[in-house]
Design a protein around this ligand. Structure first.
Ligand code: ADP
Length: 482
């Protein structure tokens, strides 16, 4: 058996390796792009925002202290301002609107940041506050020395203390040199990440693609008819499952192939035996019995018998192949299953002269089923003729019926040689032969049960067999009542 598989060996851009490499490169580039964006252009903004937050939280802290406790004494207030300045590393300055009260964190020991030349910044902030609509301003500026800083200024009116201006200043370290360093580091990191991505993609794709490539090679061998090929799995569940499925397919192909070879051998053997007989008897008539009427009749009888056997065999092969290809038409109709079975049993009653006993045990009522009556009759006939063929000393054959819910079950039971357990599973298979059990002497093509199973399956019937070696068998099938 040869199967042509459209497998290609060339690698294309769609190959697993190329795709994986592409994905890793794109991933690396996106990652690095994001880092570049964050570090170089957004760093300054982040930094400024965090300094602004510090200043604002310092101012808010002082404001909430004043609002909470308007009787706070000077000492405690200095403590709060000192803590705010040192905790946030700020320069905090507070002055009353009339200039009568001032407090700078630099005057408090070890508190916060010292920013020289801040006076001008405070006075600018105050004018901005006075000219603005709100009671708070936030901005960045430079002192006369050129040091950049973040300024948050707030105007607060406290009952009994008048209006206060609170300023929080945080020095802004220039980001330029830091960004420069980060950029040069990022270039190195980008190169390293891309190189690592390439290596990982190469190793991973090789690891992933290797078993698939091997499998495609093995599949080609399978296609060429090497059914002993074994598909090797890998460290991945999906590939293991694929390998398992392919191994199962290979095993089934192997079985089918060996059954096909068996059929060829068996059919040729079966054809050859009657042909040899026919030829031999024809020669006998020509050379010896031609003039002797009685002998000639006897020899012609053998020829006719063998010819019938041949045509039966050919008909069965044709029927089975028509059924398997779906060419055989089924003419479904409603019919009485028990009546149909009885008609077949009647045809077997001639064998009672040879010692066979046929017991037909119908149910009391008529039971109808839907199907092709003549084909179902053929099944019953095959089961009965097997029961006859494989009966031993006890030649009792029973055909009986049982109702099982919406089904009617027909059983053909014999007390014959029975079937061994290991054979039970295979007797319905195409080409399974009695010859394998050494009883080829019995008539039969080995196709009878395969034809039965094809008919029963196409009729929607359920079927089976129970058998004990040496005690007998009971073949049955169930059909839906209508
Ligand atoms: P065959 O033409 O060889 O009888 P079948 O397909 O009818 O082919 O049956 C397949 C095999 O099943 C038989 O060769 C026989 O071994 C077994 N078999 C079928 N019916 C019976 C039975 N009633 N008792 C014992 N063995 C049976």
């Amino acid at each position: 058996m040869k199967i042509d598989l459209p497998l290609k060996t060339g690698r294309s851009a769609k190959s697993l390796r190329a795709k994986l490499r592409g994905v890793f490169i794109v991933f690396g580039l996106v990652l690095m792009g994001l880092l570049w964006l964050m570090q170089s252009s957004l760093l300054e903004k982040y930094y400024q925002r965090s300094m602004e937050k510090k200043c604002r939280s310092g101012v808010d802290n002082i404001v909430s202290t004043l609002l909470r406790d308007d009787q706070i004494d000077y000492e405690s207030f200095c403590g709060v301002v000192g803590d705010v300045a040192s905790d946030n590393d700020l320069l905090v300055y507070i002055e009353s609107s009339d200039g009568g009260f001032t407090l700078s964190s630099t005057e408090l020991s070890a508190s916060g940041r010292v920013i020289p030349d801040s006076r001008k910044v405070f006075s600018d902030a105050r004018s901005m506050l006075l000219s603005s609509y709100g009671d708070e301003v936030t901005y960045t500026t430079e002192n006369p020395r050129g040091d950049a800083m973040m300024v948050v200024a707030k105007e607060l009116t406290v009952e009994g203390r008048g209006t206060l201006f609170i300023y929080a200043l945080a020095p802004l370290t220039p980001m330029g040199p830091a960004v420069g360093i980060i950029r040069s580091q990022l270039i190195i990191v980008t190169i390293v990440v891309l190189a690592m991505g390439m290596v990982i993609a190469f190793v991973t794709s090789k690891h992933l693609a290797a078993p698939l490539t091997q499998m495609s090679e093995d599949a080609k061998r399978l296609g060429k008819g090497d059914f002993d090929v074994h598909f090797q799995g890998a460290d991945y569940t999906e590939i293991n499952e694929l390998a398992e499925t392919l191994n199962e397919a290979a095993a089934q192909l192997k079985t089918t192939d060996s059954l096909r070879k068996d059929l060829m051998a068996n059919v040729s053997h079966d054809l050859r035996t009657p042909l040899t007989m026919i030829k031999s008897y024809a020669e006998l008539i020509r050379d010896i019995s031609g003039e002797d009427k009685a002998k000639r009749e006897e020899h012609l009888g053998v020829i006719i018998e063998e010819t019938d056997r041949l045509s039966d065999l050919v008909n069965e092969i044709l029927l089975l192949s028509r059924m398997q290809s779906g060419a055989e038409e089924f003419e479904n109709e409603r019919f009485d299953l028990q009546k149909a079975a009885e008609e077949i049993v009647q045809t077997f009653r001639v064998m009672e002269t040879e010692g066979y006993e046929f017991r037909f045990e119908p149910l009391n009522e008529e039971i109808y089923v839907n199907g092709d009556e003549s084909k179902i009759k053929q099944v019953i006939s095959n089961l009965l003729s097997n029961a006859v063929k494989y009966s031993d000393k006890k030649k009792e054959i029973r055909v009986f019926f049982e109702e099982e819910g919406e089904y009617i079950k027909l059983s053909v039971e014999d007390k014959g040689m029975g079937i061994s357990e290991d054979q039970l599973g295979t007797i319905w298979n195409r080409y399974q032969r009695a010859s394998q059990r050494g009883v080829r002497a019995k008539d039969g093509s080995g196709l009878g049960l395969s034809i039965c199973s094809e008919i029963l399956e196409r009729s929607g019937a359920v079927y089976g067999v129970e058998s004990t070696l040496g005690e007998g068998s009971c073949f049955w099938f169930k059909m839906k009542k209508v």
